[in-house]
Ligand binder design. Structure first.
Ligand SMILES: O=C(O)CCC(=O)C(=O)O
Ligand SMILES: [Fe+2]
Length: 360
């Protein structure tokens, strides 16, 4: 029985939170007006971190486990000037919702519980198509974790690292630079072009101060430019802002493969202290198990043996059992991050707290 990718299975529905204020005074998301999709000038492949003008266009994932060949892209654009203007005005409003946690001194999450525009921007099929073409081998769709829609990192001068060294808890991310960094010192997005194990070994060996020769600094083209990366496969972090004219702001939209049979790289542990996590993560696993069963139930594979049918059924059952055990904390999928203050790997043990304005 061939494994089918599943572009047809519907995306999980949007969630609404009665405790969140939902703002209705926003422009309506219009991809004809708000998008201006351009191509990156180069992409970097996971295979030896080779730079190529374009990822080879393959008809299936380059990796047997279903991950893409793509490590990260050069800078390109997703939003038009008008789209950026709308995003920027939403972000101004969202500043009232800044929070902090052990990994980030300042960030904004849950924006898509307050904004229709952010919902549509994250779920826009034109963007997902564009990014899928850039990978050359994997079809992607928005993450099921709505709290991750347009996760926003904020970097203020004099604070700790904007983000500690980590691997992402979602498979793919689109990162958009939503500020002017021309007069900023620091706040660099740094990747370690090594396997994740090797990268964390280097980070521990050097206490977080990894020598330049191992680091690749991502050069955003400027305000409103983006990079797309398989952040689950590459260890990366953002240095502290030493000085700046305006805070560093990056908006991160998350994606996952449409193929529900690919190894699942979406993590529960990172989000488990947030009130949205149990339902969002269950919806994620329900989506995967559902899409897997939909494939078997589609009638496209005559005639599997009983063992083949049971193998497929077991895959969906295991997916749900794993979800149950994660939610009950009988097991964990934690990956953690390197905390430069304590000089060791650290995990999310507490919920985020409100950002203290006097810290700014
Ligand atoms: O802010 C950036 O440049 C990268 C952020 C990041 O790695 C993340 O939010 O996971
Ligand atoms: Fe990241």
């Amino acid at each position: 029985m061939n494994v089918h990718t599943n572009g047809n299975y519907p995306i999980a529905p949007l969630l609404f939170d009665s405790e969140s204020e939902f703002y209705v005074d926003e422009p309506i998301y219009d991809p004809d007006i708000h998008l201006q999709l351009t191509e990156p000038e180069f992409v970097v492949l996971l295979d030896s971190f080779k730079h190529v003008p374009k990822a080879p266009q393959l008809n299936k994932s380059a990796s047997p486990t279903g991950q893409s060949q793509l490590a990260y892209t050069g800078p390109f654009r997703v939003l038009s000037d008008e789209g950026y203007r709308v995003l920027h005005s939403i972000l101004q409003r969202e500043m009232a919702y800044r929070i902090s946690d052990v990994r980030h001194p300042a960030k904004i999450r849950f924006g898509a519980y307050r904004s229709k525009w952010l919902q549509e921007f994250n779920r826009c099929p034109r963007i997902a198509e564009h990014l899928s073409r850039i990978t050359g081998d994997v079809q992607i769709m928005p993450t099921t974790l709505q709290s991750n829609y347009s996760h926003t990192n904020l970097g203020y001068a004099g604070f700790d690292r904007v983000d500690q060294f980590h691997r992402d808890s979602v498979p793919y991310v689109l990162i958009l630079l939503a500020c002017d960094m021309t007069e900023t010192i620091g706040g660099e997005l740094q990747l370690i072009e090594r396997s994740p194990d090797e990268a964390f070994r280097l980070i521990e060996q050097y206490g977080g101060k990894v020598p330049k020769e191992f680091i690749r600094t991502i050069d955003y083209l400027g305000t409103n430019s983006c990079v797309f990366m398989q952040g689950s496969q590459i260890v990366h972090g953002v240095t502290n802002v030493e000085s700046c004219k305006e805070p560093r702001i990056t908006v991160v939209n998350s994606y996952m493969p449409t193929n529900p049979f690919v190894d699942d790289l979406t993590r529960y542990d990172t989000f488990r202290k947030e009130k949205t996590a149990p339902l969002e993560f269950a919806m994620h696993k329900i989506w995967r198990a559902g899409a897997q069963m939909f494939d078997l139930g589609s009638g496209k594979h005559p005639w599997p043996t009983p063992e083949q049918v049971v193998e497929r059924l077991n895959k969906s059952i295991e997916e749900l059992e794993h979800c149950r055990d994660l939610l009950l904390e009988k097991t964990t999928d934690r990956i953690g991050f390197y905390d430069e203050k304590t000089k060791k790997m650290s995990f999310f043990e507490t919920a985020p707290t409100a950002f203290k304005v006097e810290d700014e």
